[in-house]
Design a protein around this ligand. Structure first.
Ligand code: NCD
Length: 305
């Protein structure tokens, strides 16, 4: 029985709850490919995006529409009342009277938790600044389950581990599955101590390095991330680390045969185009899995049977 009202952080999830969502996603995957369904007929999802998005927003919309539901959108702060100075709290109060659930992306950490306190309909966090991005993690786990294995996983999280919300959420969730986690980042962009501490408390083997080459031979999964340019207080600090890691087909010669490469996307220059055609690339498949996983999330949150 799924009892979560809001989806705010992976820290709120047990392994049994995650497994239930992944199972539901598997059941619904054929509808993501076009089979007709009216599971969410009559339901309206409000998409409130105060930050840019392509996959997250479009896959939530696709998921709702393929299950017979509908969406209303606020995707540009310039054309909404946010530009007139309306607070997020007031917008949430109003929209929670229009729709059946809200998906919120906002630049401020903690904004989704705050919205959930105000809203009388479910709130799903689609990214709160450098905080969390739980539905991305659910689709990442689904990808790992389908394309590799969740048990005894050797995974390297690479890139911007300081500001990257996808890796913050993913690290927590992987700790529930007992993964070996290698953290690869420049010195300035290391995983926050609080998260590393939590992982170690859960008995997870966490190692850190600045060198991508160190982790390639042993990894089951390379999880690449974009350096989060927009989160740097000082643009010159971004310039110092931009382009630090770059995977090319050549660099993968020492990788295991069944190693997979994931990336939440968008990529800037972390993965060369010549990697796309290798047996390792899964990032576009991963983006597709966003649809069945968000179908599962919406059907569970909206109580559809
Ligand atoms: C990510 C995000 O917004 O956190 N994108 C996504 O949702 N797929 C990653 C990123 O922007 O780098």
């Amino acid at each position: 029985m799924f009892t979560k009202k809001h989806i705010i952080s992976m820290r709120d999830f047990s392994r049994a709850e995650i497994d239930a969502i992944l199972k539901k996603a598997e059941e619904l995957e054929s509808f993501a490919k076009g089979k007709k369904s009216d599971l969410l007929a009559g339901k309206i999802l409000a998409l409130l995006f105060y930050e840019s998005s392509t996959r997250t927003r479009l896959s939530f919309e696709t998921a709702m529409k393929r299950l017979g539901g509908e969406t209303v959108n606020m995707i540009s702060t310039e054309t909404s009342s946010a530009s007139k100075g309306e607070t997020l709290a007031d917008t949430i109060r109003v929209v929670s009277e229009y729709a059946d659930a809200i998906v919120l992306r906002h630049s401020k950490e903690g904004s989704a938790r705050m919205a959930a306190e105000i809203s009388n309909i479910p709130v799903i966090n689609a990214g709160d600044g450098a905080g969390h991005h739980p539905t991305q993690t659910l689709l990442d786990l689904y990808t790992i389950k389908r394309e590799s294995h969740l048990e005894n996983l050797d995974i390297a999280l690479i890139g911007d581990l300081k500001y990257g919300r996808t890796v913050h959420s993913l690290a927590y969730a992987l700790s529930l599955y007992g993964a070996n986690i290698s953290l690869v980042s420049p010195e300035q962009l290391k995983m926050p101590d609080e998260i590393k501490g939590d992982l170690r408390k859960r008995g997870i083997d966490v190692s850190e390095t600045t060198k991508l080459e160190d982790v390639i031979p042993n990894a089951d999964v390379l999880y690449m991330t974009r350096i989060q340019k927009e989160r740097f207080p000082d643009p010159s600090e971004y310039q110092k680390v931009a382009g630090t890691y770059r995977i090319s087909a050549e660099l993968l010669k020492d990788a295991r045969d069944d190693m997979i490469i994931m990336h939440p996307l968008p990529r800037v220059n972390e993965i060369d185009a010549d990697v796309d055609a290798t047996k390792h690339a899964r990032y576009f498949q991963q983006a597709f899995y966003g649809v069945p996983v968000r179908m599962a999330v919406m059907s569970l949150v909206l109580g559809a049977r």
